[in-house]
Design a protein around this ligand. Structure first.
Ligand SMILES: *[C@@H]1O[C@H](CO)[C@@H](O)[C@H](O)[C@H]1NC(C)=O
Ligand SMILES: *[C@@H]1O[C@H](CO)[C@@H](O)[C@H](O)[C@H]1NC(C)=O
Ligand SMILES: *[C@@H]1O[C@H](CO)[C@@H](O)[C@H](O)[C@H]1NC(C)=O
Length: 580
């Protein structure tokens, strides 16, 4: 019998009684079901009623019979002797870590990075080999960026004006510091392969730019397998153009995704093209989705000319995703197709087509819900490394309980490698034969005050790196605390959880052990601002500020911009940046 609240329930409760501090869970244990009953609602009502009288106290929402396995962490209660807040804003800083984090994201836009630093990517100015907790890259201070992509050996970013910035050892051993390379192309977004940057400009042009500064200057990449035929561009900086043939009237490329050796191009008409994206290896694991296409059999013309994926002709693709050696496509009917490398089960398809599948295969999503009263529809896909993820809205089709029909369960599924914990399912399995549900990111609900009902919590975004990943929850957020609202009205952003490989400290936990279930990490400044306001300890957790238009800078005295915090999980490196 399905309960109206599946695994956990999160409640949006009236201020100031919001945000229960996270309860630390022993590692390797699946998240405990948490249900709030009528008692909790009553409790909430008490807090709501007590209003300003309950100032600066964090309530703890724990059902009495649900005893935590570990001793409770000490509550954060402010010392009686604390000076009284002089202003509303000061009071909010005193009461809320989340409020401070939102404020910091607006006052100090820029990039925080952590993880591997062997390629001088997380901290270009430091010779440390790992950066254990978030650290700012000073070059980007005050900047908001269109995109950031990180490899262990190089970093690439797009400025607010659409110029490309590059740094790290694979860019230039002699000058690892960030520098503008390609200018004036109005780049909207970038992806990175093993050794190239695939850039999509606002008007739909796609450029393939060598990572190495030396290759940009010479136009030739010297490798033992120097098989690059020719360069089609003559420019100060050598790059290639990826132009799909036969685009229709008004049709243009609207998205690009890249694996280590291949990339996918999505057009405004929902067509999918694939192309070689590396100068080192031609894709050979079926990830292009072009049966029979190899380096030897390729047609005349540039080696990296885009080809339309024949197995996807006739359907309307909505989004594309690429792992290291595989491809995933979501169409307008909510169907998911995958092709390429299946060595760790990342295709999510259980028929034996071999480890390299060069024809799109349909992922049998309905099978995952067979025997239930739920009808699934895939809402988003993501891929990275040897993993694929997708989110599903599963709609209740029949039920004895009135009001149950039409209720939506939002689930998150994972396939592929799990050895680093990268499935997020609580297991360390090497290979997943079929998609597995990430329980910690499935069946979540919160109470929608405005609508007066319980609503599912979906994911706002999934960022997938080579062995680690991060999910930003689409919970309620609040960004409108102002001089006109009550002193108890504090801002808060979106919850964000991390899991997977942590060999280079890329999860940001400050420790090195991998996590096979999603975990919280601390605030980006390491809790310094909180400590200044008397808050310390593990109850502090990072939240991400969603998009809003604000005045940036100290005390909101800078320029007005639309900005959101975004997460980039790369190859053993992670960043949180202010996104344009
Ligand atoms: C968001 O939802 C999660 C999962 O239920 C919950 O733990 C968290 O407290 C919620 N965050 C806020 C700000 O309500
Ligand atoms: C985009 O603009 C550039 C010039 O800035 C031009 O060379 C290119 O052909 C345009 N691309 C498309 C697809 O219109
Ligand atoms: C992909 O790999 C998994 C796990 O080895 C296997 O069960 C499945 O049948 C494979 N799928 C295809 C299409 O070969």
């Amino acid at each position: 019998m399905a309960s109206p609240f599946l695994h956990r329930a999160a409640l949006r409760h009236p201020s100031p009684a919001r945000q229960p501090p996270p309860r630390p869970q022993p590692p390797q244990q699946p998240p405990q079901p948490r249900r709030f009953g009528a008692a909790t609602f009553a409790l909430l009502a008490v807090f709501a009623a007590s209003g300003a009288g309950a100032l600066w106290v964090y309530p703890r929402l724990v059902k009495p019979q649900e005893q935590p396995a570990q001793p409770e962490k000490a509550e954060i209660v402010f010392e009686k002797t604390r000076k009284r807040p002089a202003s509303k804003e000061e009071g909010r800083d005193l009461v809320s870590s989340q409020h401070l984090q939102v404020k910091n994201s607006w006052e100090h836009p820029g990039v925080y990075a952590w993880g591997s630093n062997t390629g001088r990517v997380a901290a270009p100015g430091s010779s440390e080999t790992v950066i254990k907790t978030p650290r700012r890259i000073p070059y980007f201070d005050g900047q908001i960026l269109r995109d950031v992509k990180l490899d262990r050996e190089f970093g690439a970013a797009v400025t607010e004006d659409g110029d490309l910035v590059q740094w790290g050892a694979a860019f230039s051993k002699d000058s690892v510091a960030p520098a503008v390379t390609l200018k004036g192309k109005d780049i909207a977004k970038i992806e990175v392969s093993r050794d190239r940057i695939i850039a999509l400009s606002s008007n739909g042009s796609v450029y393939s730019i060598p990572v190495a500064k030396a290759d940009q200057a010479s136009g030739l990449k010297e490798t033992s397998k120097s098989w690059i035929p020719f360069w089609s561009e003559t420019a100060a900086l050598s790059y290639r153009s990826l132009k799909p043939e036969n685009l229709g009237w008004g049709e243009r490329v609207v998205d690009v995704r890249s694996g280590l050796e291949h990339c996918l191009l999505l057009t405004s008409k929902g067509r999918v093209f694939s192309a070689a994206a590396s100068s080192e290896e031609f894709p050979s694991r079926g990830q292009l989705g072009i049966p029979g296409l190899t380096w030897q059999t390729r047609p005349a013309g540039p080696y990296d000319q885009p080809h339309e994926v024949p197995g996807l002709r006739g359907l309307t693709a909505k989004s594309v995703a690429a792992g290291d050696f595989h491809s995933v496509v979501l169409d307008s009917q909510g169907r998911v197709f995958s092709f390429g490398d299946n060595s760790t089960g990342q295709l999510g398809v259980q028929t034996d087509l071999g480890v390299a599948v060069d024809t799109p295969a349909l992922v049998p999503i309905n099978q995952l819900y067979s025997g239930t009263n739920l009808q699934p529809r895939v809402t988003s896909i993501a891929a990275g490394g040897l993993n694929t993820f997708f989110t599903v809205d599963a709609i209740t089709t029949k039920s004895q309980t009135p009001g149950e029909v039409g209720r939506i369960v939002a689930d998150t599924w994972a396939c592929g490698e799990g050895i680093h914990g990268n499935l997020g399912t609580g297991k360390w399995t090497h290979v997943s034969a079929a998609p597995t549900k990430i329980r910690a990111l499935s069946g979540l609900y919160e109470y929608d005050e405005a609508a007066g009902r319980v609503v599912p919590i979906r994911l706002a975004r999934l960022a997938v790196g080579s062995t680690h990943a991060c999910a930003i929850l689409d919970n309620f957020t609040h960004l409108s605390a102002s001089s006109k609202t009550a002193a108890s009205d504090t801002n808060f952003g979106a919850d964000v959880l991390w899991w997977g490989g942590n060999e280079c400290y890329q999860l940001g936990t400050g420790k090195r052990n991998n996590a096979n279930t999603p975990v919280h990490i601390g605030p980006l400044d390491g809790g310094l601002a909180d400590a200044a306001h008397g808050r310390t300890g593990e109850t502090l957790r990072l939240q991400i500020t969603p998009r809003t238009t604000v005045q940036l800078g100290e005390d909101g005295k800078g320029r007005t911009a639309s900005v959101e915090q975004r997460v980039e999980c790369g190859r053993h490196v992670t960043a949180v940046y202010s996104g344009a």
